[in-house]
Design a protein around this ligand. Structure first.
Ligand SMILES: Cc1cc2nc3c(=O)[nH]c(=O)nc-3n(C[C@H](O)[C@H](O)[C@H](O)COP(=O)(O)OP(=O)(O)OC[C@H]3O[C@@H](n4cnc5c(N)ncnc54)[C@H](O)[C@@H]3O)c2cc1C
Length: 463
């Protein structure tokens, strides 16, 4: 018997037959995420788990046989984090997708890891509640994936990232407790400091410490009133970056402050025909959700700041349809550009005062390497996504894009930034992370991983 068939037989002893995937045509798409050119190994099997008990069986079996477990949500990751490694079990959590509890009295919800972000938002909205984290992948990505990557999004600027909304979780772990044991971490209270913050450790750990099987989410009351949108058009990206720095300096905190360049707007318009005129080199899209006169004053201040920063024009709107078309364009930019050819997505984050300098460096590096770039950004967070677009099948263009990608990381580090603001280290940022972090910090991280997963079965080779 091959190692793979021994593993599959052991898995099948504790799982209904329909959970296990061995058909190579089905396994192949389960074995990678959306990260372009991130290497993926050949999985021995996939398991579509439907309960925590099934996850426990998979982890126990893999630990016994020394096989790796690669957890997977929706596979929308952009760092290779969910990519298979040789001989692993890809553990697909997307079938565990229920919202099991909504507690309006305590502003929390309990969800399974495969629940889709937007489905959770919709479920809690029925109770007048709001789950703010809104990665642009919210229609597809899972809460488990969001937790494992500490996903950011558009409204993080004002409302925080996934980490700020995870009160507690259940995870199937190994190490100091037996492999396959399920543990409860965190709490249901708004405050709580009993013990080390293990929830904080698991959030953003990219499946390297265990498999998340349940998440207790903190909620907010649903927002009131109609948000105001402020749009500024700029003659070049760096001017838009200067406006971002000024907005921060003036202490303005819109709910959303996104940047889109002409290439992105044009790609979305060519695809979806939303009626957007891509006449400016860059647009800044701000959303102010403070209700009443204070909101109006905030929107005026945003508009004035953009005008002071040499915007070609600035418009304010409370017209939902017009504003939504622009926000749709922001959300659709990535898939729209993917239609043009393979897209390598960058995710650097720099201090906000350095946004103009980083945008300048991105342009300079891209020009020197002859790489085509389109840029979207959670600009208010300093989190920039230059997208490197390459013609299909052009190896030289691919090599140039990959070299530019690494140079962007070095430029961000030199400006006091980080190699990944929200997509995670996965495979694509492993070298960059090692260039960024203090050696002592790296040593502490490997010590934690060694303590919690001495057999190194949880998503090895990632993070
Ligand atoms: C169009 C598009 C827009 C995007 N916009 C954003 C954005 O605005 N902000 C942002 O942060 N990201 C964004 N992303 C990246 C991606 O959507 C996020 O990283 C998301 O959190 C991944 O969720 P997923 O369910 O697809 O996870 P996957 O890609 O399946 O997995 C991601 C990581 O989480 C681990 N994992 C998944 N589930 C579990 C679990 N239950 N237990 C333990 N580990 C687990 C995997 O092993 C992997 O390391 C975008 C991606 C796309 C394609």
């Amino acid at each position: 018997m091959t190692t793979a068939s021994v593993l599959v037989e052991a898995l099948s002893r504790g799982l209904p037959g329909d959970r296990i995937v061995t058909d190579p045509d089905v396994l192949a798409p389960m074995s990678h995420d959306e990260a372009e050119w991130a290497p993926a190994g050949l999985a021995a099997a996939g398991v579509r788990a439907r309960s925590e008990a099934e996850v426990q069986h998979v982890v126990r079996t893999c630990a016994d046989l020394g096989a790796a477990v690669v957890p997977r949500g929706a596979g929308t990751g952009l760092s290779g984090g969910a990519n298979a490694v040789g001989g692993c079990v890809v553990l697909d959590l997307s079938r565990m997708n229920q919202v099991t509890e909504i507690d309006p009295d305590n502003l929390l919800a309990v969800v399974q890891p495969g629940a889709i972000n937007n489905d959770v938002k919709a479920a809690v909205a029925e109770h007048g509640l709001w789950y703010p984290p809104d990665p642009a992948s919210a229609p597809w990505s899972t809460i488990g994936g969001n937790v494992a990557t500490n996903a950011g999004g558009l409204c993080c600027l004002k409302y925080g990232v996934t980490r700020d909304y995870v009160l507690g979780l259940r995870a199937v772990v190994g190490g100091p407790v037996a492999y396959g044991e399920a543990v409860r971490l965190g709490r249901r209270t708004t405050k709580g400091v009993a013990g080390l913050d293990l929830v904080g450790l698991f959030v953003g750990s990219e499946g390297t410490l265990g498999v998340v099987t349940e998440v207790t989410l903190r909620l907010r009351p649903a927002p009131v009133g109609t948000p105001r949108t402020v749009v500024g058009a700029f003659a070049d990206l760096v001017s838009a970056g200067r406006a971002v720095a000024r907005i921060t300096r003036r202490g303005l905190t819109p709910a959303v402050l996104e940047l889109l360049d002409r290439a992105c707007l044009q790609a979305v318009e060519d695809w979806k025909h939303l009626g957007i005129q891509a006449d400016a080199a860059a647009l800044l899209l701000a959303r102010v959700d403070t209700p009443g006169d204070a909101g109006a004053a905030e929107a005026d201040a945003m508009a004035a700041t953009m005008a002071d920063a040499d915007a070609i024009w600035v418009e304010q709107s409370t017209d939902d349809a017009e504003a939504e078309a622009l926000f749709d364009a922001r959300r659709l930019a990535y898939p729209a550009l993917e239609r043009l050819g393979p897209v390598l997505t960058e995710d650097v984050c720099v201090p906000r005062s350095k946004v103009p300098a980083m945008l300048e460096q991105i342009a300079a590096i891209a020009a020197r390497r002859g790489v085509q770039i389109a840029t979207i950004a959670h600009a208010g967070d300093g989190n920039l996504h230059p997208l490197l677009i390459t013609p299909p099948g052009d190896d030289a263009a691919r090599a140039a894009a990959q070299a530019a990608f690494e140079e962007f990381l070095d430029a961000a580090i030199a400006l006091g930034g980080t190699v990944t603001g929200e997509h995670g280290v996965g495979i694509l940022k492993r070298d960059g992370m090692r260039r960024e972090l203090d050696p002592g910090s790296l040593a502490l991280q490997s010590a934690v991983r060694q303590a919690l997963d001495p057999r190194a079965i949880f998503n090895p080779g990632k993070g």
